[in-house]
Structures are given as C-alpha cells and as structure tokens.
Design a protein around this ligand. Sequence first.
Ligand SMILES: [Zn+2]
Length: 460
Amino acid sequence: MRWISASTTFVSALPKLHQQALAALAALLLVAAFLPSNENSVSSTPLSLDHLIDTEAPIFDAPELSLRQLRAPWAFDKVPDSETLLVPAPSIGPNSYSYIVRSGDTLGKIFERLHLPQKTMYQLLETDVNVLALDNLMPGHTLVFEKQNQALQRLELQFSLDHKVVYQRKGDGFEFSEVRIEGDWKENLIRGDILYSFTGSAKKAGLSQAEASAITQVLKQRVDFRRDIQRGDKFEVLVSRQFVDGEATGNSKVQAIRIRNRHNISAFLFEDNYYDEKGRNLEKAFQRYPFNGKYRLSSHFNPRRRHPVTGLIRPHNGTDFAMRIGSPVVTTGDGVVTRVVRHKYAGLYIEIKHGQSYKTRYLHLKKSYVIKGQRVKRGQKIALSGNSGRSTGPHLHFELHKNGRPVNAMKAKIPIAVSLTGKKKSAFQRQLKSYLAKIDKPSNSQLALNQSDKAKQSTL
Ligand SMILES: [Zn+2]
C-alpha cells in the first residue's frame, strides 16, 4: 500500500519551519483570493455522460511530495490560473470554486494540484467508504470546493445535471448526502431500417451509443447481431429520456424494442427487467447471497445509520456477513467485472455490472480471482473474503445497486423467477398492451401513405 508510506513521509518531511512559513503564506494569499479571475475559459457545465471515458486510474495514487505542495495549502488563495483550472462558482456560494475533472486525474492528483491537505482528502475518503462516489471520478465530472476559515467546508461532486453528492464538514469529519433530481422523462419512438450494422443504423435513426449498446446487451441471448440482422430489416424502439430544466441529462431508459427480421424479436421493460412478449425474462436470474453455505448477517443495510461516536450520518449501503478470512465469495449474477480496486477504507473490492439495471460490490476482500473486463457467471467464485481496509473484523460487505442506487440486497425484488406468473403476468400484459399501442401507432408518413392508398381505392 504505497500511499500509506507516502503520507507518513509527507507528515514527517514537513518541518516546523515550513509549517510557520505556510501560515504566513496563507495569510498573504488570502488577500490575493479576492482579486478578479483571469481564467474563465472553462465551462462549468458537466459533459453529457455519453462522452465520458473511464480514466482507469486508481484514485489512490500517492501524490508525490512536491515543493509546490509545501508552498501553499490552498490553491484557492491564488488567482485561479491555467494550472489549477479552478473557476469561481458564485451560484453555489461566495467561497466556492469549481473544477472539472480531466483525463488522467485522480483525487490525489487533484488535491495535490489544488494544494489541499492530504488529511482533508482522507477525511473525505473515510466518509465516502460506503458510497465510493469519489472512487468513480471521470473526465467531465465537476468538483465544487467551498472553503471557510482556510479549511474545506464542503465538497460537491456533480456527476450530471440530475445527480450530485455532497460532503459537508461536521466536527472532525464530513457528512455525506446525495441529491437527485427526478426531472422530466419524455418518451420518444424511434423507427429505423437496417442499413449496415445494427448499432450504426440505430445511431442514424436517432438513438445514442449508450441506448444502442443497451439494446444489444438486452437481446444478446436471442440475437446474433452480425448474422441474424440484415439490410432491409426494420426496428422500433421506445425510449424515455430525462431532462432537467429543458436540458438532456444523457440518462435514458429503453422501454420497448422490436426488431422485424426473419424472426421478429422484441423486449419490453417491466419493473426494471426486460421480458419478451410472452413474459419470459430475458435477463439471467440472480441469487440472493454472495456465497454458498450459511454465514451470520452481522450488519444490516441502513442508508441513515449514524456513527455511534461522532453522531455523523454514515450510510451503510451494504449487508455485512461475518466470514472467516479466506472464505469463497461468489458473484450473485451474470455480468462483467467493472472494478477491482484497493481502497484505503473499503480494502480490496470488486464491482460487477449485471445488465442495464444492476451492479454488485464486494468489499474488504483478501484476494480477487477476477480482473476488470472479465465476464462472470452467477455463482462463480470471484474472491476470497478478508479483512482489508478499515474493518472491525473479518467480514464480507456486499452491496446491490439498482439503477444507480444502493438497495437492500436482502429484500430487493431481484429477478429470480424466469417467467412472470399470476398477478405479475397480468400487470405485464397491461404494460405490454400500452407499449404495443405506442409502437404500432403509424408514423405520420405512413398515415399519409395509407390515406393516399385509400384515395386511390376510392377512385377505382
Ligand atoms: Zn459493511
């Protein structure tokens, strides 16, 4: 764990003299902070999610100890310059500055560039352990720093127009909160013809890359997109897209898909899962527990948990199981490994994406048997449990996320049954009827065509 030694070096390498110099500098620079900015070239609007690229860089890269870091504790105390890319954010507060995450950035690097104390970063990471939002920084995300009395008072991480997380200083740490805006969801029916590849044709018809990949993902069990789809086949897709204050957030849900090829293939979204027209689940089922056998549940899911000592809200977004170090951990569903990361507090952890709606996380591991990008099957052994990171004893912390939000993995309605039956099936059939009415509604051009046909017939 490279960063531990680096941070120890940092503290011990900081002589008293420097600390005094630092204080003097800070006072001088405070005056400079209120000079007008000459760097406004950076827009504070986050990029659409479609354009984001995973930096792949671990956030916990040890920032190298540099002279610059010793020079000034706060980049805010200078006129923002091209190096820091800090822009005043008066709409958030008088002492707020925004920073847009760039390619290659890590939290460590950002804190170093902004001359922010490492201690503050660790306090934030401690708060973030059950959320891991700061562990998912991507280019285009915006960080808003608010200072007060030479200390970071508040940090806001804006993922998109509709979603941000806030770390607010309270006592000796930070308290976490999450803000989501529901916005307006607007339905769009998109029709198209296959001209070449499905994805290419879908994009030409007006679907985004993300929507096109969501469709191929949903149908991958049923369609070989290279062999079964031919020029001249047609498709209809009903999508619902999110807007906040009239601006598209980049979030969308594919609600219904129909591809009219030799076979006619369709998929319909119902309670966060996709089904075919007969109500058969198109996504693989999940298992409830991330292990075989029985282990004691040692701590429940509780997003409003308070720390017993500090009284700060420390969400517990997972379920803990007391497990001896080295116990096999299995994935609860088919999916793709998206992260295998070492975190100061979460320890070694794995994140797996299961289709469009679900994600699972496994924390405090001893050893991982999978790597990023690997496909896994439900029940596959992915790791050995451990006690890594900040952990009160050997255990597995298991999280289930549904549509980007942590849910109680022990209670959530997960796709377990393969087909819908009973009341569920009737509800699905009603939903299906409404989808089909929308999909089958003739387009304006078709209406015109039909009318001219009728006109022709009547003249005969
Ligand atoms: Zn836990």
